[in-house]
Design a protein around this ligand. Sequence first.
Ligand SMILES: Cc1ncc(C[n+]2csc(CCOP(=O)(O)OP(=O)(O)O)c2C)c(N)n1
Length: 358
Amino acid sequence: MAEKILKTFSVKYLQVLDENGRCDKKLMPKLSPGQLVELYELMVLGRRFDEKALSLQRQGRLGTYASVLGQEAAQVGAAYALHDADWVFPTYRDVALLIARKQPMVSLLQYFGGDERGSIPPKGVKNFPISIPVGTQGLHAVGVAMAATVTKRKYAAVACLGDGASSEGDMNEAFNFAGVFKAPVIFLCQNNQYAISVPVKQQTAAETIAQKAIAFGFEGIRVDGNDILAVYSAMAAALKKAYRGEGPTLIECFTYRLGNHTTSDDASKYRSESEVAAWRKKEPVLRLRKYLESKKLWNSKKEEQLAAKVDRQVSAAVSEYESVPKPGVEDIFKYTYAEMPQFLQQQLDEYKKLIEGR
Ligand SMILES: Cc1ncc(C[n+]2csc(CCOP(=O)(O)OP(=O)(O)O)c2C)c(N)n1
Protein backbone atom coordinates (compact mmCIF):
# COMPACT_ATOMS: atom_id res chain seq x y z
CA MET A 1 0.00 0.00 0.00
CA ALA A 2 1.21 3.44 -0.74
CA GLU A 3 0.13 6.99 -0.97
CA LYS A 4 2.43 9.17 -3.00
CA ILE A 5 2.50 11.90 -5.56
CA LEU A 6 2.94 10.40 -9.00
CA LYS A 7 3.24 13.61 -10.98
CA THR A 8 3.24 17.32 -10.41
CA PHE A 9 2.73 19.87 -13.13
CA SER A 10 3.46 23.46 -13.74
CA VAL A 11 2.43 25.95 -16.41
CA LYS A 12 4.92 28.49 -17.69
CA TYR A 13 3.93 32.09 -18.42
CA LEU A 14 5.89 34.37 -20.73
CA GLN A 15 5.82 38.13 -21.11
CA VAL A 16 8.63 40.01 -22.85
CA LEU A 17 7.02 43.40 -23.38
CA ASP A 18 4.89 44.88 -20.63
CA GLU A 19 1.85 47.13 -20.98
CA ASN A 20 4.01 50.24 -21.07
CA GLY A 21 6.23 48.96 -23.85
CA ARG A 22 9.13 48.11 -21.57
CA CYS A 23 11.01 44.98 -22.47
CA ASP A 24 12.92 42.31 -20.56
CA LYS A 25 16.21 42.21 -22.49
CA LYS A 26 17.03 38.69 -21.35
CA LEU A 27 13.85 37.37 -22.93
CA MET A 28 14.05 39.42 -26.12
CA PRO A 29 13.81 37.20 -29.24
CA LYS A 30 16.39 37.58 -32.01
CA LEU A 31 14.69 40.10 -34.27
CA SER A 32 16.39 42.88 -36.19
CA PRO A 33 15.15 46.49 -35.93
CA GLY A 34 13.70 46.09 -39.43
CA GLN A 35 11.78 42.99 -38.35
CA LEU A 36 10.42 44.73 -35.25
CA VAL A 37 9.13 47.54 -37.43
CA GLU A 38 7.63 45.02 -39.84
CA LEU A 39 5.75 43.35 -36.98
CA TYR A 40 4.29 46.72 -36.07
CA GLU A 41 3.33 47.51 -39.66
CA LEU A 42 1.57 44.16 -40.02
CA MET A 43 -0.47 44.77 -36.88
CA VAL A 44 -1.47 48.23 -38.09
CA LEU A 45 -2.45 46.80 -41.47
CA GLY A 46 -4.55 44.10 -39.77
CA ARG A 47 -6.25 46.71 -37.63
CA ARG A 48 -7.02 48.98 -40.60
CA PHE A 49 -8.44 46.05 -42.53
CA ASP A 50 -10.60 45.20 -39.53
CA GLU A 51 -11.99 48.75 -39.23
CA LYS A 52 -12.79 48.80 -42.92
CA ALA A 53 -14.45 45.37 -42.86
CA LEU A 54 -16.68 46.43 -39.96
CA SER A 55 -17.71 49.57 -41.78
CA LEU A 56 -18.40 47.67 -45.02
CA GLN A 57 -20.61 45.27 -43.09
CA ARG A 58 -22.53 48.16 -41.56
CA GLN A 59 -23.12 49.55 -45.05
CA GLY A 60 -24.40 46.21 -46.36
CA ARG A 61 -21.33 45.68 -48.52
CA LEU A 62 -20.03 42.65 -46.55
CA GLY A 63 -21.63 39.73 -44.68
CA THR A 64 -21.25 38.84 -41.01
CA TYR A 65 -17.76 39.67 -39.82
CA ALA A 66 -15.72 38.75 -36.71
CA SER A 67 -13.43 41.50 -35.48
CA VAL A 68 -9.79 40.87 -34.56
CA LEU A 69 -9.50 44.10 -32.53
CA GLY A 70 -7.22 43.52 -29.54
CA GLN A 71 -5.86 40.20 -30.79
CA GLU A 72 -3.45 41.48 -33.44
CA ALA A 73 -0.30 40.56 -31.50
CA ALA A 74 -1.36 36.96 -30.98
CA GLN A 75 -2.03 36.59 -34.69
CA VAL A 76 0.81 38.54 -36.28
CA GLY A 77 3.40 37.34 -33.76
CA ALA A 78 2.49 33.72 -34.47
CA ALA A 79 2.34 34.12 -38.25
CA TYR A 80 5.70 35.90 -38.32
CA ALA A 81 7.50 32.94 -36.76
CA LEU A 82 6.17 30.51 -39.37
CA HIS A 83 7.86 29.40 -42.57
CA ASP A 84 6.28 29.07 -45.99
CA ALA A 85 6.24 25.28 -45.71
CA ASP A 86 4.07 25.32 -42.56
CA TRP A 87 0.32 24.94 -42.77
CA VAL A 88 -2.22 27.15 -41.04
CA PHE A 89 -5.79 26.16 -40.09
CA PRO A 90 -7.53 29.43 -39.24
CA THR A 91 -10.85 30.41 -37.72
CA TYR A 92 -13.15 33.26 -38.69
CA ARG A 93 -11.30 35.64 -36.35
CA ASP A 94 -7.84 35.17 -37.81
CA VAL A 95 -7.75 37.87 -40.46
CA ALA A 96 -4.59 39.57 -39.16
CA LEU A 97 -2.87 36.20 -39.08
CA LEU A 98 -3.99 35.42 -42.62
CA ILE A 99 -2.88 38.82 -43.94
CA ALA A 100 0.52 38.24 -42.35
CA ARG A 101 0.47 34.80 -44.02
CA LYS A 102 0.13 36.35 -47.50
CA GLN A 103 -3.59 35.74 -47.92
CA PRO A 104 -4.63 38.69 -50.12
CA MET A 105 -7.03 41.09 -48.40
CA VAL A 106 -9.32 40.87 -51.40
CA SER A 107 -9.72 37.12 -50.73
CA LEU A 108 -10.72 37.84 -47.16
CA LEU A 109 -13.30 40.36 -48.31
CA GLN A 110 -14.64 37.87 -50.82
CA TYR A 111 -14.88 35.24 -48.10
CA PHE A 112 -16.81 37.50 -45.73
CA GLY A 113 -18.86 38.67 -48.68
CA GLY A 114 -20.08 35.09 -49.19
CA ASP A 115 -17.84 34.28 -52.15
CA GLU A 116 -16.14 30.90 -51.70
CA ARG A 117 -13.38 31.88 -54.08
CA GLY A 118 -12.04 33.89 -51.16
CA SER A 119 -10.98 30.64 -49.51
CA ILE A 120 -8.45 29.88 -52.22
CA PRO A 121 -4.94 30.90 -51.18
CA PRO A 122 -2.39 32.07 -53.75
CA LYS A 123 -0.18 29.32 -55.17
CA GLY A 124 2.31 28.05 -52.60
CA VAL A 125 0.55 29.73 -49.65
CA LYS A 126 -0.42 27.05 -47.19
CA ASN A 127 -3.53 28.46 -45.55
CA PHE A 128 -6.52 26.18 -45.16
CA PRO A 129 -10.01 27.68 -45.57
CA ILE A 130 -11.41 29.45 -42.53
CA SER A 131 -13.32 27.16 -40.16
CA ILE A 132 -16.63 28.50 -38.92
CA PRO A 133 -17.57 25.25 -37.12
CA VAL A 134 -15.86 25.67 -33.79
CA GLY A 135 -13.03 23.20 -33.23
CA THR A 136 -13.16 21.00 -36.33
CA GLN A 137 -9.95 22.49 -37.74
CA GLY A 138 -7.89 20.87 -34.97
CA LEU A 139 -8.32 17.43 -36.46
CA HIS A 140 -7.46 18.66 -39.95
CA ALA A 141 -4.28 20.24 -38.63
CA VAL A 142 -3.23 17.12 -36.75
CA GLY A 143 -3.84 15.00 -39.86
CA VAL A 144 -1.66 17.26 -41.98
CA ALA A 145 0.99 17.28 -39.24
CA MET A 146 0.95 13.47 -39.03
CA ALA A 147 1.48 13.39 -42.78
CA ALA A 148 4.72 15.35 -42.29
CA THR A 149 6.00 12.56 -40.05
CA VAL A 150 4.92 9.80 -42.44
CA THR A 151 6.44 11.49 -45.49
CA LYS A 152 9.50 12.70 -43.52
CA ARG A 153 8.97 16.28 -44.59
CA LYS A 154 9.95 19.25 -42.49
CA TYR A 155 6.92 21.35 -41.80
CA ALA A 156 4.48 21.93 -38.97
CA ALA A 157 0.74 22.59 -38.86
CA VAL A 158 -0.86 25.31 -36.77
CA ALA A 159 -4.40 24.87 -35.50
CA CYS A 160 -5.92 28.18 -34.46
CA LEU A 161 -8.58 28.04 -31.77
CA GLY A 162 -10.37 30.11 -29.19
CA ASP A 163 -10.84 29.41 -25.49
CA GLY A 164 -14.32 28.07 -26.24
CA ALA A 165 -13.01 25.70 -28.90
CA SER A 166 -10.61 24.16 -26.37
CA SER A 167 -13.66 22.56 -24.73
CA GLU A 168 -15.07 21.09 -27.95
CA GLY A 169 -15.03 17.32 -28.44
CA ASP A 170 -13.29 17.53 -31.82
CA MET A 171 -10.52 19.67 -30.41
CA ASN A 172 -9.93 17.27 -27.54
CA GLU A 173 -9.70 14.40 -30.01
CA ALA A 174 -7.18 16.48 -31.91
CA PHE A 175 -5.16 17.05 -28.71
CA ASN A 176 -5.23 13.33 -28.06
CA PHE A 177 -4.06 12.27 -31.52
CA ALA A 178 -1.40 14.99 -31.47
CA GLY A 179 -0.02 13.71 -28.16
CA VAL A 180 -0.14 10.01 -29.02
CA PHE A 181 1.47 10.45 -32.45
CA LYS A 182 3.82 13.28 -31.41
CA ALA A 183 2.53 15.20 -34.37
CA PRO A 184 4.39 18.36 -35.39
CA VAL A 185 1.39 20.53 -34.62
CA ILE A 186 1.00 23.73 -32.66
CA PHE A 187 -2.32 24.61 -31.10
CA LEU A 188 -2.48 28.38 -31.10
CA CYS A 189 -5.22 29.26 -28.65
CA GLN A 190 -6.30 32.87 -28.45
CA ASN A 191 -7.93 33.00 -25.07
CA ASN A 192 -9.89 36.22 -25.55
CA GLN A 193 -11.89 35.31 -22.43
CA TYR A 194 -15.25 34.91 -24.11
CA ALA A 195 -17.03 32.34 -26.27
CA ILE A 196 -19.67 34.72 -27.58
CA SER A 197 -21.35 35.77 -24.32
CA VAL A 198 -19.95 32.97 -22.14
CA PRO A 199 -16.95 34.04 -20.04
CA VAL A 200 -14.12 31.57 -19.91
CA LYS A 201 -14.68 30.86 -16.20
CA GLN A 202 -18.14 29.57 -17.00
CA GLN A 203 -17.15 27.32 -19.86
CA THR A 204 -14.16 25.52 -18.33
CA ALA A 205 -13.05 24.81 -14.76
CA ALA A 206 -9.42 24.65 -15.91
CA GLU A 207 -7.50 27.63 -14.58
CA THR A 208 -5.52 27.97 -17.77
CA ILE A 209 -6.09 26.60 -21.26
CA ALA A 210 -2.37 25.77 -21.43
CA GLN A 211 -2.71 23.09 -18.76
CA LYS A 212 -5.17 21.13 -20.87
CA ALA A 213 -2.18 20.02 -22.99
CA ILE A 214 -0.58 18.34 -19.99
CA ALA A 215 -3.41 15.82 -19.75
CA PHE A 216 -2.70 14.81 -23.33
CA GLY A 217 1.02 14.38 -22.74
CA PHE A 218 2.49 17.49 -24.27
CA GLU A 219 3.61 20.95 -23.28
CA GLY A 220 1.30 23.89 -22.79
CA ILE A 221 2.49 27.42 -22.21
CA ARG A 222 0.59 30.62 -21.48
CA VAL A 223 1.92 33.84 -22.93
CA ASP A 224 0.77 37.42 -22.71
CA GLY A 225 -1.22 37.42 -25.93
CA ASN A 226 -1.03 41.21 -26.21
CA ASP A 227 2.75 41.01 -26.26
CA ILE A 228 3.84 40.26 -29.79
CA LEU A 229 7.38 39.40 -28.74
CA ALA A 230 6.22 36.74 -26.28
CA VAL A 231 3.93 35.21 -28.87
CA TYR A 232 6.69 35.22 -31.48
CA SER A 233 9.18 33.60 -29.07
CA ALA A 234 6.79 30.88 -27.99
CA MET A 235 5.84 30.10 -31.57
CA ALA A 236 9.45 30.03 -32.78
CA ALA A 237 10.37 27.63 -29.95
CA ALA A 238 7.35 25.40 -30.56
CA LEU A 239 8.18 25.23 -34.25
CA LYS A 240 11.77 24.20 -33.64
CA LYS A 241 10.53 21.51 -31.30
CA ALA A 242 8.03 20.27 -33.88
CA TYR A 243 10.70 20.12 -36.60
CA ARG A 244 12.95 18.11 -34.28
CA GLY A 245 10.21 15.50 -33.99
CA GLU A 246 9.53 16.32 -30.35
CA GLY A 247 5.81 16.72 -30.80
CA PRO A 248 3.07 19.26 -30.23
CA THR A 249 2.77 22.40 -28.14
CA LEU A 250 -0.27 24.32 -27.01
CA ILE A 251 0.34 28.06 -26.84
CA GLU A 252 -2.33 29.91 -24.93
CA CYS A 253 -2.26 33.59 -25.82
CA PHE A 254 -4.01 35.34 -22.97
CA THR A 255 -5.72 38.28 -24.61
CA TYR A 256 -9.02 40.13 -24.83
CA ARG A 257 -11.57 40.69 -27.59
CA LEU A 258 -12.09 44.44 -27.55
CA GLY A 259 -14.95 44.35 -30.04
CA ASN A 260 -18.17 42.39 -30.36
CA HIS A 261 -18.06 38.64 -31.02
CA THR A 262 -19.26 39.33 -34.56
CA THR A 263 -21.30 42.02 -36.27
CA SER A 264 -24.41 40.11 -35.06
CA ASP A 265 -23.46 40.54 -31.41
CA ASP A 266 -23.72 43.30 -28.83
CA ALA A 267 -21.09 42.69 -26.16
CA SER A 268 -22.39 45.52 -23.95
CA LYS A 269 -25.20 43.12 -23.00
CA TYR A 270 -22.84 40.81 -21.14
CA ARG A 271 -19.72 42.74 -20.09
CA SER A 272 -19.04 46.06 -18.45
CA GLU A 273 -17.54 49.14 -20.05
CA SER A 274 -14.99 49.30 -17.21
CA GLU A 275 -13.75 45.79 -18.03
CA VAL A 276 -13.28 46.72 -21.68
CA ALA A 277 -11.59 50.00 -20.73
CA ALA A 278 -9.10 48.18 -18.51
CA TRP A 279 -8.14 45.89 -21.37
CA ARG A 280 -7.96 48.73 -23.86
CA LYS A 281 -5.03 50.02 -21.83
CA LYS A 282 -3.21 46.75 -22.46
CA GLU A 283 -3.84 46.65 -26.18
CA PRO A 284 -1.02 45.29 -28.32
CA VAL A 285 -0.45 47.85 -31.08
CA LEU A 286 0.23 50.86 -28.88
CA ARG A 287 2.43 48.71 -26.67
CA LEU A 288 4.82 47.81 -29.49
CA ARG A 289 4.73 51.39 -30.75
CA LYS A 290 5.87 52.64 -27.34
CA TYR A 291 8.73 50.17 -27.41
CA LEU A 292 9.78 51.15 -30.95
CA GLU A 293 9.65 54.83 -30.03
CA SER A 294 11.80 54.22 -26.97
CA LYS A 295 14.40 52.64 -29.28
CA LYS A 296 14.12 55.53 -31.78
CA LEU A 297 12.79 53.13 -34.40
CA TRP A 298 9.47 54.95 -34.74
CA ASN A 299 8.04 58.47 -34.65
CA SER A 300 4.88 60.37 -35.53
CA LYS A 301 6.07 61.10 -39.08
CA LYS A 302 6.52 57.36 -39.75
CA GLU A 303 3.13 56.73 -38.16
CA GLU A 304 1.49 59.19 -40.52
CA GLN A 305 3.16 57.63 -43.54
CA LEU A 306 2.16 54.14 -42.42
CA ALA A 307 -1.45 55.21 -41.86
CA ALA A 308 -1.61 56.56 -45.41
CA LYS A 309 0.04 53.42 -46.80
CA VAL A 310 -2.25 50.90 -45.10
CA ASP A 311 -5.24 53.03 -46.09
CA ARG A 312 -4.20 52.81 -49.73
CA GLN A 313 -3.62 49.05 -49.48
CA VAL A 314 -6.99 48.40 -47.87
CA SER A 315 -8.84 50.73 -50.27
CA ALA A 316 -7.25 48.96 -53.24
CA ALA A 317 -8.44 45.61 -51.88
CA VAL A 318 -11.97 46.98 -51.41
CA SER A 319 -12.07 48.34 -54.98
CA GLU A 320 -10.91 45.01 -56.33
CA TYR A 321 -13.45 43.13 -54.20
CA GLU A 322 -16.27 45.29 -55.48
CA SER A 323 -15.20 45.09 -59.10
CA VAL A 324 -14.91 41.28 -59.27
CA PRO A 325 -18.14 39.82 -60.72
CA LYS A 326 -20.21 38.20 -57.96
CA PRO A 327 -20.45 34.41 -57.99
CA GLY A 328 -23.55 32.60 -59.23
CA VAL A 329 -26.17 31.06 -56.97
CA GLU A 330 -24.65 27.61 -57.61
CA ASP A 331 -21.70 28.59 -55.49
CA ILE A 332 -23.69 28.21 -52.28
CA PHE A 333 -24.19 24.55 -53.12
CA LYS A 334 -20.94 23.71 -54.83
CA TYR A 335 -18.10 23.16 -52.43
CA THR A 336 -19.13 20.58 -49.82
CA TYR A 337 -18.96 17.56 -52.11
CA ALA A 338 -16.79 16.79 -55.15
CA GLU A 339 -20.01 15.88 -56.96
CA MET A 340 -23.27 17.49 -55.95
CA PRO A 341 -25.58 14.91 -54.33
CA GLN A 342 -29.16 14.66 -55.52
CA PHE A 343 -30.70 16.33 -52.47
CA LEU A 344 -28.55 19.41 -52.97
CA GLN A 345 -29.24 19.44 -56.70
CA GLN A 346 -32.97 19.47 -55.90
CA GLN A 347 -32.54 22.38 -53.49
CA LEU A 348 -30.54 24.27 -56.09
CA ASP A 349 -33.23 23.72 -58.73
CA GLU A 350 -35.92 24.87 -56.32
CA TYR A 351 -33.91 27.95 -55.38
CA LYS A 352 -33.33 28.86 -59.02
CA LYS A 353 -37.07 28.59 -59.70
CA LEU A 354 -37.77 30.79 -56.69
CA ILE A 355 -35.39 33.49 -57.91
CA GLU A 356 -36.75 33.33 -61.45
CA GLY A 357 -40.27 33.75 -60.08
CA ARG A 358 -39.36 37.01 -58.34
C1 LIG B 1 -19.58 23.45 -33.70
C2 LIG B 1 -20.09 24.84 -33.47
N1 LIG B 1 -20.84 25.09 -32.38
C3 LIG B 1 -21.30 26.34 -32.16
C4 LIG B 1 -21.01 27.35 -33.04
C5 LIG B 1 -21.53 28.77 -32.77
N2 LIG B 1 -20.39 29.57 -32.35
C6 LIG B 1 -19.75 30.39 -33.21
S1 LIG B 1 -18.45 31.15 -32.52
C7 LIG B 1 -18.74 30.45 -31.02
C8 LIG B 1 -17.86 30.76 -29.84
C9 LIG B 1 -16.44 30.38 -30.04
O1 LIG B 1 -15.66 30.89 -29.01
P1 LIG B 1 -14.11 30.74 -28.97
O2 LIG B 1 -13.70 29.37 -29.38
O3 LIG B 1 -13.64 31.20 -27.65
O4 LIG B 1 -13.58 31.72 -30.13
P2 LIG B 1 -13.81 33.28 -30.35
O5 LIG B 1 -15.05 33.43 -31.18
O6 LIG B 1 -13.92 33.94 -29.03
O7 LIG B 1 -12.62 33.73 -31.13
C10 LIG B 1 -19.84 29.61 -31.08
C11 LIG B 1 -20.36 28.84 -29.94
C12 LIG B 1 -20.26 27.04 -34.18
N3 LIG B 1 -19.92 27.95 -35.09
N4 LIG B 1 -19.79 25.78 -34.37
